[in-house]
Design a protein around this ligand. Sequence first.
Ligand code: BDR
Ligand code: CA
Length: 333
Amino acid sequence: MNPLAQRPFGAAPVDVVLDVDTGVDDALALLFAVRHPGLRVRAVTCVAGNAGLEQVVRNTLTVLEHTGRTDIPVAAGADRPLIAAPRHAGHVHGGDGLADLELPPPTHTADDRHAVELLRDVLGSAPNPVTVIALAPLTNLALLLRTYPGVAGRIERIMVMGGSASAGNASPVAEFNTWHDPEAAAIVFGAGVPVTMYGLDVFYQVGVDQVTCGKLAAHEDPGVCLAGRLLCHQIRVGTGEPRVPAGSGLLGDAGAVCAVADPGGLVTEHLPVQVELAPGISRGQTVVDRRALPGEQEIHGTPVAVPRVDVAWQVDARRYRDLFLTTLLDGTA
Ligand code: BDR
Ligand code: CA
């Protein structure tokens, strides 16, 4: 059962902040979020991940300019994980993190505040608890929750694109965002805030077919055109990944935003999840416990408190694809 699905039809827009490492699919997520009438984007915070922090900030400002939303505050946060060195993903997202499309540099600038300070201010001043959509390594959010633990009560839920209950991508068992900063993921999962884990189990399923991607790329609206060009890049990068539907441009992070806008398309289960912190091949793995009964590990071992997370198991891929396209195209010629 997905607890988010209880939101009444016709309710007021949901206040959200996005934490991103823009990133091709973070860009798709931003383009969708700012255009969805059910979401009110109050801030965007940036963290090192897919690219270095400075590049992530620049990419985020560029994307928002393409969709005319320069009013949304953007802040730079952590330039590295809590403990480990940063390791970027240029082979997936291009050398500039945004598919090397040679986009013009942004003309507006980031907020002066650090991401943690911007998040604290926005969460503290919003009329209602805010949904945090975390599409990147969780460094900024871990720093926020440790620096200002009181803000936890101002967070409705954290929708985390991260983790996997099955195979990984950064390593055989770890997804990139939790692999990049496992300690941060462990802090966020254990912070006592409701968390949905939109992991690789659903992440790879939502895509847009090649013909539609091409049509979007030829669109005269700058935001739609950018989305199309990024999706065409996704088709090139996704070729050979068996979890991506053949010939599809992956929505990736944008699927997690769809899950906030339309929670009914996601099936989740409330389960214990531990983030593996030990060095070695399984570091960053999210170990999801689907057992009904305790086993020998619990019977003979020292009891540990394991946080419970709403793990996404199934996604209505067609529903989110359609939602993405209609939202993006709504109001354009
Ligand atoms: C995640 O890592 C990045 O490559 C994407 O932006 C997404 O957030 C997928 O593992
Ligand atoms: Ca991302």
